[in-house]
Design a protein around this ligand. Structure first.
Ligand code: FUB
Length: 339
């Protein structure tokens, strides 16, 4: 997660450069913003970063979050209103520690909050909680979603009404331990010349509480149709996926982790394969980069985070800026700091 060969590496930004956007929330630390439009308003489902005084380690132990706050916005730019605690780790019966990046969905009068947290055996699982309000409070189901693992759920509802969960993250996100479909605590990443570990995708059941089918692994191909390799750190999937559909194409976006890019790959099906197309956003200040993409009032936006307020990699702040789809289907690369 944070450490490569024992060396912690965070992106630092020279003083001569200025951020293109300002933190949306300044009184608490927030990260991993998943944004959705419900009833004409923006709702942001972020992680709530805290300083738990846990020393940095190579699997993100210092990201020791314990609850979620949900924010709403009526315009961009505009104020992000804090709607209070929506779910607390103490109210998730099976949870051990580390409430990481969530996402949300709506169906038939119910809002669903999807969240990763380590269970009492220290294995990341995905849970789901429900509410009649987009801002909660949410009530967690008594057990994790059967067959779920790893981190960073992103739920996408297609134009035909089917909902899919994209999930997974390597290193601290434990995805490398699930390469056979079963958990193996000692399993490592593949060799650099082997295909990279893929993000996972699964269609959700009609009640949105379960997986409706076996989990599939997503393939990202290069311009020649070859799978990206595990050693291709600038382009391979690491964590923090998102899906949006634009002009009939499926845009799979994700973090490259240790190379700190947000990248995008395009395909013709929600399951992929996706062809790598480029960098969506250059690295932000801090180690992690995590985003969501949403259309609001005929414009597209990317929600993301950096560490502008704290300068500490585990104390982040959410931001938003506009995203541009070019006429040829590419996305204009966002440079988050400028002269
Ligand atoms: O917030 C904890 C982890 O940091 C997330 O799950 C990752 O995507 C990274 O942003």
């Amino acid at each position: 997660f944070l450490t490569v060969s024992g060396t912690t590496f965070s992106q630092t930004i020279p003083d001569s450069l200025k951020p293109i956007s300002q933190p949306l929330v300044t009184d608490i630390y927030t990260a991993d913003p998943s944004a959705h439009v419900f009833n004409g308003k923006i709702y942001i489902y972020p992680s709530h970063d805290i300083d738990a005084k846990i020393p940095e380690d190579d699997v993100g132990g210092h990201f020791a979050m314990k609850d979620y706050h949900i924010f709403s916005m009526t315009s961009i730019p505009g104020k992000a209103v804090d709607n209070g605690i929506a779910l607390d780790i103490k109210d998730i019966p099976w949870a051990g520690r580390q409430l990481w990046a969530p996402d949300a969905a709506y169906k038939n009068g119910t809002y669903f909050l999807y969240f990763p947290v380590k269970d009492k055996q220290d294995v990341f699982r995905m849970g789901v909680a429900t509410s009649k309000s987009p801002v909660g409070p949410f009530k967690a189901q008594p057990e994790p979603i059967k067959g779920s693992y790893s981190i960073d759920p992103a739920v996408f509802t297609d134009t035909d009404g089917s909902s899919y969960m994209y999930f997974g993250g390597i290193w601290g996100g434990q995805l490398q331990r699930w390469q056979t479909g079963n958990y193996n605590a000692n399993s490592k990443e593949p060799a650099a010349t082997e295909p990279a570990i893929g993000c996972r995708v699964v269609r959700l059941s009609k009640n949105m509480l379960e997986f409706a089918e076996p989990v599939k692994e997503i393939k990202i191909l290069d311009e020649n149709g070859k799978e990206l390799l595990a050693g291709d750190n600038n382009r391979r999937f690491f964590e923090g996926s998102w899906m949006h559909k634009y002009k009939g194409k499926y845009y799979f976006t994700y973090s490259t982790g240790d190379t700190h890019f947000l990248a995008y790959a395009v395909g013709d099906s929600p399951y992929g394969p996706f062809t790598y197309k480029g960098v969506l956003m250059e690295p932000v200040q801090g180690w992690t980069t995590h985003h969501s993409i949403v259309e609001f009032k005929n414009k597209w936006y990317i929600f993301y985070h950096d560490t502008q307020l704290s300068g500490k990699t585990h104390l982040r702040n959410i931001k938003v800026t506009e995203l541009t789809h070019n006429a040829d289907g590419s996305i204009k690369t966002i440079v988050p700091y400028v002269k």
